[in-house]
Ligand binder design. Structure first.
Ligand code: GDP
Length: 295
């Protein structure tokens, strides 16, 4: 994951190594290389610029020039700033409802159905919850089948209604079923399309308004880089969602979406998907990710 970025940042920061004393020019050169590494990783230009300006300011403010090991201090400053950029503290999900309703949003192919299963499995095995999955894609019968397959795999019940073409009614019926059967979490998988379009946005907005979920999560394929960030903005403008799920991080070699998304939508990344299997889910910890990036 992000090998190229890690490599480039490592090179940029270690230019300072061996300098007993460094100059303002050394700091400027290093931050320039850091910025180049971020841009190569497909981080938004404005974010990369602001990031390196903050690093430079901090470095000069903390008197990097007079420390014994300037490269170590620079690594720490970059790590702290990366952590802040990706969200600071890690944030959990709200499970206080009875049932807690979690609405999934995002484009087709982003990994919503897979993640719905992963989250159900995570909440069942790690948080002792008793989830119900609800299939609200009324356009693709295969999507309903897929959720049933996932449910069987993890032994979690799935509610669907193939005759009903009204996703709001299906979502409400799913919640009613959970209440009747004692499921304390309801995860609602919705229809996505290949790109943001009005019909899909109206539909997810209608479901959102009707069921008032505790958590609205936006699922996005991290491999789509800047597109992921733009799609996140469109969904957030509409839904004011609670958190981002970054999927396919196992295939993302650049890292631009992971680094940029929080500062564009100002919402935390809550989980990451790291493979196709049901166990390939991790809580997102910004500081651990920064550690990984900087090696
Ligand atoms: P949906 O249309 O948003 O419901 O997307 P799906 O859940 O059907 O996922 C689309 C494809 O991405 C499937 O082939 C999944 O197996 C795959 N996928 C989902 N999450 C991940 C992940 O974290 N890593 C990898 N490598 N593949 C994933």
């Amino acid at each position: 994951m992000f090998d190229n970025l890690s490599d480039k940042l490592d090179k940029a920061l270690h230019v300072l190594k061996g300098h007993g004393q460094i100059t303002e020019i050394n700091v400027a050169e290093t931050t320039k290389e850091v910025r180049r590494a971020l841009l190569d990783a497909d981080v938004n230009f404005k974010i990369a610029k602001e990031f390196t300006n903050r690093v430079k300011e901090k470095a000069l403010g903390q008197n990097v020039l007079n420390t014994l090991q300037p490269s170590q201090l620079m690594v720490k400053i970059v790590k702290d700033e990366l952590t802040q950029l990706m969200g600071g503290e890690s944030e959990g999900i709200d499970l206080s409802g009875n049932p807690s309703v979690i609405l999934m949003s995002g484009l087709q192919g982003s990994g919503k159905t897979t993640f719905s299963g992963k989250l159900a499995n995570f909440l069942k095995t790690k948080k002792s919850k008793n989830p119900l999955l609800v299939a609200c894609d009324v356009y693709r019968p295969a999507a309903i089948d897929q959720l049933h397959v996932v449910g069987e795999q993890i032994n979690v019940p799935v509610f669907s209604d193939r005759e009903n073409k009204d996703p709001v009614a299906i979502a409400k019926a799913g919640i009613a079923k959970a209440k009747a059967e004692g499921n304390n979490v309801v995860i609602i998988d919705t229809a996505g399309r290949l790109a943001v379009d009005e019909k899909m946005m109206n539909e997810i907005s209608d479901i959102h308004k009707a069921i008032k979920p505790q958590e609205t999560l936006f699922v996005v394929d991290s491999m789509t880089g800047q597109d992921a960030v733009n799609t996140a903005k469109a969904f957030n403008d509409l839904l004011n969602f609670d958190g981002v799920i970054l999927t396919k991080l196992d295939g993302d070699t650049r890292g631009g979406a992971a680094i940029s998304i929080k500062s564009v939508v100002n919402k935390p990344i809550k989980f990451i998907g790291t493979g196709e299997k049901m166990e390939a889910i991790d809580v997102f910890y910004p500081s651990r990710m920064a550690d990984r990036i900087l090696g």
